[in-house]
Design a protein around this ligand. Structure first.
Ligand code: PEP
Length: 258
């Protein structure tokens, strides 16, 4: 089965709208020569204030480009100061939403229950949820990686009727922003574990179909090796997506490699 492939950028709390516009201008010529299968896509989740600036990429690149959001609240509207609704990011042009990123779990105390609500709301609204899971360093050192992945996946997907229209991103917390990506062996094992959990909860066919990305210090110089790991369907890229040249390099290398 050929799964959908994605390379998504996560800009976190970086880049003003002006800087986003400059980035867009710089990356268009770098990406214009490449062609992707119709099912594949590239996307960027910038700050909310820059989602609209990504529309230029959606309109001008010769393949599917998806503007995204880094977070949303699950209610449609109400007295939730500081939150943003799915309808609001959709209106700004978002087509996918990151849910369960480790920085949201860590700094904003997002629990599996909160993540489950967000995943369901995003999917119901017709946007693509990119569901992030991954173990911390101490969990890895205690040999608990598979246990953590299982519990995060089952917690977040508790009320999901099926696994269609969702992407999973395996992001070991210790690899995020550390400059040290997980080894091919670690990624292989973690992706296989995620697929096994999906097979048990939904079906082996669903597990075969779901796209699973890797995230954590992906850079142009390690993308080829990681792209060749069985079960890796693309990447979620933080730091290296902030530079037009390194993000374009990752995209070109990945889609040429696989
Ligand atoms: C991320 O924030 O999702 C991420 C993978 O960051 P980095 O690529 O910088 O490790």
């Amino acid at each position: 089965m050929t799964r959908r492939r994605y390379v998504f950028g996560n800009w976190k709390m970086h880049r003003t709208k002006l800087e986003a516009v400059e980035f867009v201008k710089a990356i268009i010529p770098l990406l214009s020569p490449i062609s992707l299968r119709e099912r594949d896509a590239v996307g960027i989740a910038p700050a909310f204030t820059s989602i609209e600036a990504m529309k230029v990429l959606e309109d001008n690149l010769p393949f599917r480009f998806l503007p995204g959001a880094q977070n949303v609240f699950w209610e449609n509207q109400g007295a939730f100061t500081g939150e943003i609704s799915i309808e609001m990011v959709k209106e700004a042009g978002a087509r996918f939403v990151l849910v369960g990123h480790s920085e949201r779990r860590m700094f904003f105390a997002e629990t599996d229950e909160v993540i489950a609500k967000k995943l369901s709301a995003v999917r119901t609204a017709g946007l693509l949820p990119v569901f992030c899971v991954g173990e911390s360093l101490s969990e890895k050192e205690q040999g608990k990686t598979e246990e953590v992945l299982r519990s995060q996946l089952l917690g977040g997907l508790a009320s999901f009727p099926d696994i269609d229209e969702i992407v999973i991103a395996y992001e070991p917390v210790w690899a995020i922003g550390s400059g040290k990506a997980a080894s091919a062996k670690d990624v292989l094992g973690a992706h296989a574990c995620c697929r096994q959990v999906i097979a048990e909860k939904f079906s082996p066919k669903a597990a075969e179909k779901v796209s699973i990305l890797y995230g954590g210090s992906v850079k142009p110089d390690n993308v080829n090796e990681l792209a060749n790991v069985d079960g890796v369907d693309g990447f979620l890229v933080g730091g290296a997506s902030l530079s037009a040249s390194s993000f374009a390099d990752i995209i070109v290398r990945f889609y040429q490699e696989v």
